[in-house]
Design a binder for this molecule. Structure first.
Ligand SMILES: Cc1ncc(COP(=O)(O)O)c(C=O)c1O
Length: 380
């Protein structure tokens, strides 16, 4: 059927013309360097033995969907993340959208990192507050904006990620907390790519730095290192109560099935208590250290964005060029994907390498050897 209105057709054609048309493909690779399953938890089976009265939640949590499993899991989250309250959302996208749209009221100011994830930017679009982005991880710019635009009798929210999804780098969170304290701004940190990776037992970067009591809210997501799906906002009891009343993705959407919530509880239990999770985190960090040393040895540092996280990014400008290099690597069995404009700004197209506890060291060395061969040959 040919029924797409002309204006929409044009948008698709423009995507084709810039070699950035998105299509749905299944992913399989001999060596996985792309999934967000940092600890291999997606490969583990966690089956709750509990007999639930209903397969699905049966409604929004505000109606019939608030099963006991939610309370148990949210208590686990509070304990693991040393936070007063936790509120589960269906996804990280929903959590950011719900939180930001609900708190940013008319007259308020939102300052957000220029590379913030789409879910943060979409939440900002829905919020009524004025929003200004600050240069990526640039605290001087953030301070300038705070000094110039801080509203007198309204709130200011500063939003960042503890590990950036596309660059793998981190802001100076301690300095940011200080700055927000000075200006009485409320700091929100998305920990999607820090959970399971940083801190004792993977508690995240905020807790690793002991900053959990100094934020307005944190977002943790369960589709990355937890290998599942869902997310939570962590904050005070007051923040939770506010979100239960005003976060629309929570109020107007069917809740996660109770068996999924019980499974999430088991996944957190594994992270919190098992010996194997400690080993997985250790293996992940060994792989991160190895990748970093291979990059240096192969003289690729200038092409990579500096990162200590599980995400490492080699910038290869131009959609067609980055696609061609990713294709060469994937034909050799390396599961790496090109990240194209407009997902990232034009000129900063890249291959994003995600490391895992289960990557074997030989494949990491081989990947960087091949990448060096291609890059140095083409002298990008
Ligand atoms: C930083 C960040 N926040 C939020 C999300 C959304 O999380 P979810 O996949 O659970 O919707 C992602 C996912 O890509 C992310 O990278």
């Amino acid at each position: 059927m040919n029924n797409l209105p002309e204006k929409l057709k044009k948008r698709l054609l423009a995507r084709q013309a810039s070699d950035s048309l998105r299509t749905l493909k299944t992913y399989s690779a001999q060596y996985d360097f792309s999934s967000n399953d940092y600890l291999g938890m997606g490969r583990l089976q966690f089956e709750s033995k509990e007999a639930f009265t209903s397969a699905g939640a049966g409604g929004s949590r505000l109606l019939t969907g608030n099963h006991d499993a939610y309370g148990v899991f949210e208590a686990r989250l509070c304990d693991f993340h040393q936070q007063e309250a936790a509120l589960v959302f269906n996804s990280g996208y929903d959590a950011n959208l719900g939180l930001i749209a609900a708190v940013g009221l008319r007259g308020d100011l939102i300052l957000y990192d220029a590379l913030a994830h789409a879910s943060i930017r979409d939440g900002i679009q829905l919020a009524q507050a004025r929003a200004i982005k600050f240069r990526h991880n640039d605290l001087e710019h953030l301070e300038q904006l705070l000094a110039t635009h801080m509203p007198e009798d309204a709130s200011c929210y500063v939003i960042t990620e503890s590990v950036f999804s596309m660059d793998g780098d981190s802001p100076d969170l301690e300095a940011m907390v200080e700055l927000c304290g000075t200006y009485k701004a409320h700091l929100i940190v998305d920990e999607a790519h820090a959970l399971g990776v940083f801190g004792t037992r993977g508690v995240g970067l905020v807790q690793d730095l002991g900053l959990q009591d100094r934020l307005f809210a944190r977002v943790v997501t369960f589709g990355k290192a937890l290998g599942y799906h869902g997310a939570a906002v962590l904050g005070s009891v007051e923040v939770k109560s506010y979100l239960v009343n005003f976060a629309r993705p929570l109020i107007y959407s069917t809740a996660l099935a109770p068996k999924h919530v019980a499974t999430l509880e088991l996944r957190y239990q594994w992270l919190a208590e098992s010996e194997t999770s400690l080993q997985a985190i250790e293996r992940l960090h060994r792989n991160i250290a190895l990748l970093r040393s291979c990059i240096e040895k192969r003289k690729l540092s200038d092409y990579f964005i500096p990162s200590e996280s599980a995400i490492h990014t080699v910038v290869i400008p131009g959609n067609s060029q980055v696609k061609a290099i990713a294709k060469q690597l994937s034909e050799l069995g390396f599961g790496v994907l090109p990240i194209l404009a407009p997902t990232v700004p034009e000129g900063s197209e890249r291959i994003r390498i995600c490391l895992h506890s289960y990557n074997d060291q030989e494949s990491i060395k081989l990947l960087i050897d091949k990448l060096a061969e291609i890059i140095h040959k083409d002298a990008l």
